[in-house]
Design a protein around this ligand. Structure first.
Ligand SMILES: Cc1cc2nc3c(=O)[nH]c(=O)nc-3n(C[C@H](O)[C@H](O)[C@H](O)COP(=O)(O)OP(=O)(O)OC[C@H]3O[C@@H](n4cnc5c(N)ncnc54)[C@H](O)[C@@H]3O)c2cc1C
Ligand SMILES: *[C@@H]1O[C@H](CO)[C@@H](O)[C@H](O)[C@H]1NC(C)=O
Ligand SMILES: *[C@@H]1O[C@H](CO)[C@@H](O)[C@H](O)[C@H]1NC(C)=O
Ligand SMILES: *[C@@H]1O[C@H](CO)[C@@H](O)[C@H](O)[C@H]1NC(C)=O
Ligand SMILES: *[C@@H]1O[C@H](CO)[C@@H](O)[C@H](O)[C@H]1NC(C)=O
Ligand SMILES: *[C@@H]1O[C@H](CO)[C@@H](O)[C@H](O)[C@H]1NC(C)=O
Length: 521
């Protein structure tokens, strides 16, 4: 029991703060704007545009600190240089230089490309690049709050654990990330599951305005009145339209919330699944201030069931979680009442491993959810045989998506995916695998993971428990989240991409992330 408790705390408590939040400003050193050039075309284009002070090469200590601050080991790639702008104007100048500079995309053995990094927490190599330049938005990190409009302005270089303390001093909070190490832009452009969903919807639904740098360098605001098409497309549409330099989010009073983590033995999984289904079908709507994350963890050959149980009004032991309370517990349940700014840093999952995830949604249905838990045991065994049981940790995560979430999103102007929730209560199922040994071991695990996902998907179809949604923020690059959205929203995203990026540069020059041009017509 001691080891299980130790393992649980290993899993649940943040022990590593990878991101160096206090890097000294390095103005003055920068690179040399020699007329002979650096030999790296995109880096030269930036230097020629007068941005030499904002370019970092691998020889620069700040470059390596930034690479090491990527969450997953496999995303710590080293581009030819980093572009680290300080404001939206600089983003614009740099973007135009990179996209319009004729200094040759097609030099040498292949094209160079561009990546954009916010928090650097995403998996699947969407946020960095080997051959080309990464735009690292680290210095766009200010958080402000305007009581007159009740809008909190958050910037794409911030992590949520940096945002919440600033807002707390103003007595407010926003529907951002639960894990404090996750970045602002990735979450909000892909949806944003959060503790306030039962009342306020996805994080993106609470964005009242995006400031966006478009491919032609213009800086526009997208909101209900101005560039409304772009405002809607950015809510779930990812990196297809521009680089967002500010998110203005509706703020809520920073009321202390209750948080408890419950742990249960693997042999209680049927009761656990019953409780997840009951929560999704009944309790989430009855208790909209509750939030649940239900996970099945495999670590060192042991299976543990765990929940994070939250009530955003600070109510301890909310009746919405009664079904979970009746399951035998491995450790005493000891919820606390605290504020999100204090909670987010200590509920962060440490990075630094080879990490992958894959996600599917299913109807809220016992048979499929039990099948997945069962099949997941096989997956953990198979990975253990392939790479050793101590080389990885796997996390099967169930999150409730009851159909009424679609109405919450619609009431706030609508996003690109939530309409798909209409008609059936759904459970989003994500499998995350973190491999501590080698990249090869991770590749072996990924192969097994993809087979697992194909299996549970086809089983769900065979019993009529499948659900179309592929939630962008947890999707593997081999999946097609944008293609899972309602047809009319796919059309809207295509039209909006054409309007704001007529040359399709975000489709061709930014290979990372999910592209609307790749969705099948
Ligand atoms: C442990 C863990 C916990 C998580 N918790 C949650 C959660 O609670 N809720 C949730 O919804 N998701 C969650 N996620 C998923 C998370 O939302 C994504 O990983 C997200 O992309 C991370 O955001 P980021 O800013 O750190 O992303 P980055 O890795 O920096 O970027 C992600 C993508 O967005 C693009 N991008 C970055 N900045 C911009 C910009 N300014 N403009 C346009 N495009 C941009 C990048 O090019 C890339 O394609 C979690 C993931 C993990 C591993
Ligand atoms: C830039 O180049 C000049 C002239 O070659 C050299 O004296 C200087 O040290 C260089 N600066 C840096 C930062 O490399
Ligand atoms: C450019 O290269 C030439 C030839 O090697 C050299 O003489 C000159 O000093 C270089 N200029 C700069 C600014 O580094
Ligand atoms: C952006 O930074 C530049 C310095 O590179 C500065 O001249 C400019 O005034 C800044 N723009 C804004 C809008 O703050
Ligand atoms: C933003 O980044 C700068 C440079 O690292 C740092 O000095 C500052 O404290 C950061 N601001 C916030 C709000 O985190
Ligand atoms: C379930 O597992 C727990 C912890 O390993 C054990 O104490 C308990 O006896 C098991 N229950 C059943 C019914 O097997």
């Amino acid at each position: 029991m001691k080891t299980i408790t130790a393992l649980i705390s290993l899993v649940s408590v943040a022990t590593a703060f990878l991101s160096p939040s206090g890097i000294a400003s390095a103005s003055g050193l920068a690179s040399n704007a020699s007329t002979n050039g650096t030999g790296a075309p995109p880096c030269d284009l930036l230097i020629e545009a007068g941005l030499a002070d904002r370019v970092r090469f691998p020889s620069d200590p700040e470059f390596e600190l930034r690479i090491q601050s990527y969450w997953a080991l496999d995303t710590r790639r080293r581009p030819w240089c980093l572009f680290m702008p300080h404001n939206a104007t600089e983003v614009s100048i740099g973007l135009v230089a990179l996209l319009e500079g004729k200094d040759n995309v097609h030099k040498g053995a292949g094209d160079w490309h561009i990546a954009v990094r916010g928090g650097g927490h995403a998996l699947g190599h969407s946020n960095n690049i080997e051959d080309g330049v990464t735009i690292d938005l680290f210095y766009l990190n200010e958080t402000t709050y305007d009581p007159a409009t009740n809008l909190a302005s958050v910037m794409p270089g911030s992590l949520w654990r940096e945002v919440y303390p600033v807002l707390h001093t103003q007595g407010v909070v926003v529907a951002g990330g639960r894990d404090g190490d996750v970045g602002v832009p990735g979450i909000l452009l892909g949806g944003g599951s959060n503790y306030y969903m039962g009342e306020h919807g996805f994080g993106c639904d609470t964005v009242r305005n995006f400031e966006v740098v478009l491919a032609d360098g213009s800086i526009v605001n997208a909101n209900e009145d101005e560039h409304r098409d772009l405002w809607r497309a950015l809510k779930g549409g990812g990196i297809n339209f521009g680089i967002v330099t500010r998110f203005d989010m509706e703020a809520f009073p920073d009321i202390p919330i209750s948080y408890g983590m419950r742990t249960m033995p693997g042999n209680a999984s049927e009761q656990f699944v019953d409780a997840v289904v009951d929560y999704t079908d009944i309790q989430q709507q009855a208790f909209p201030k509750d939030a649940l994350i239900a996970t099945v963890i495999h670590v060192s050959g042991v299976e543990i069931l765990a929940t994070a149980e939250v009530n955003t009004a600070g109510i301890l032991n909310s009746p919405g979680f009664d079904r979970f309370a009746r399951i035998p517990q491995l450790t005493p349940f000891a919820p606390v009442v605290t504020n999100l700014y204090a909670l987010a840093p200590v509920t962060s999952l440490p990075g630094g491993s080879w990490s992958v995830f894959e996600t599917l949604a299913f109807r809220s249905n016992r048979q499929i959810l039990n099948y997945i838990v069962e099949r997941n045991r096989q997956l953990a065994t198979d990975i253990g045989v392939a790479i050793g049981p101590a080389s990885f940790l796997s996390n099967l995560i169930y999150q409730a998506l009851p159909s009424f979430f679609a109405d919450i999103s619609a009431d706030q102007g609508g996003n690109m995916f939530a309409d798909i929730l209409r008609g059936h209560n759904a459970v989003i199922c994500t499998i995350e695998i973190m491999v501590s040994s080698t990249q090869r071991d991770c590749a072996l695990a990924v192969t097994l993971l993809r087979e697992f996902a194909a299996d549970i998907r086809s089983y769900s179809v065979s019993i009529g428990a499948d659900h179309p949604l592929v939630y962008l923020n947890y999707a593997d690059p081999a999946q097609d989240p944008l293609g899972s959205y309602p047809r009319r929203h796919i059309k809207h995203m295509r039209k909006t991409a054409r309007r704001y990026d007529p040359d399709g540069l975000f489709q061709t020059r930014f290979p990372g992330g999910f592209k609307i041009s790749r969705v099948r017509k």
